[in-house]
Design a protein around this ligand. Structure first.
Ligand SMILES: [Zn+2]
Length: 168
């Protein structure tokens, strides 16, 4: 699965909507810093993996300090998607996990914990990730994704907004 940064296709939106987590002094496991959660999505054709890879960027170090994989769908979804009933594989796809093939720093496990217990518990943020994924896929793979149900959902949301505007 080749992953590409969301900001490459959607620079302005990425600047506006990439989450930064600020950690202050006296945090039990992480050094005070600003951590940018840079989103990467898979650009494989006809692949609906529904995952994001976060490259966590430390502002102080000016370097990536963790690579974290996360899939927002159910275990059942990934079981069917892989066509393998391997709980280890399913758990890894769902995450959040430290991406096994990526370089990780010594604070990566603490960042993973932060993602698991705080950042990914925010439904509004997870909804934003899904929206970014859909936009990204429609751009890199319009043949398959413009037709998908998720695309229709996005379209009907837009339609509703339009109607609301008209009725004002
Ligand atoms: Zn994929």
């Amino acid at each position: 699965m080749p992953f590409e940064p969301f900001y490459e296709g959607f620079r302005d939106l990425a600047i506006k909507e990439t989450r930064n987590v600020t950690i202050f002094e006296d945090h039990p496991t992480l050094p005070a810093d600003e951590y940018g959660l840079v989103e990467f999505y898979c650009n494989d054709e006809n692949c609906d993996c529904r995952r994001v890879i976060f490259n966590v960027l430390s502002k102080n170090r000016n370097d990536y300090v963790a690579v974290i994989g996360y899939g927002w769908e159910s275990a059942d979804f990934y079981r069917q998607w892989t066509i393998r009933d391997d709980p280890g594989v399913v758990r890894e796809l769902q995450g959040p996990v430290l991406n096994p093939l990526s370089p990780q720093s010594e604070i990566a496990p603490a960042l993973l914990e932060l993602m698991r217990t705080l950042v990914l518990k925010d439904p509004a943020y997870v909804a934003r990730l899904k929206r970014h994924y859909q936009m990204f896929k429609e751009k890199v793979d319009p043949k398959h994704f413009r037709k998908s149900g998720a695309a229709k959902q996005v379209a009907s949301l837009k339609e509703k907004t339009k109607k609301r505007r008209r009725s004002r």
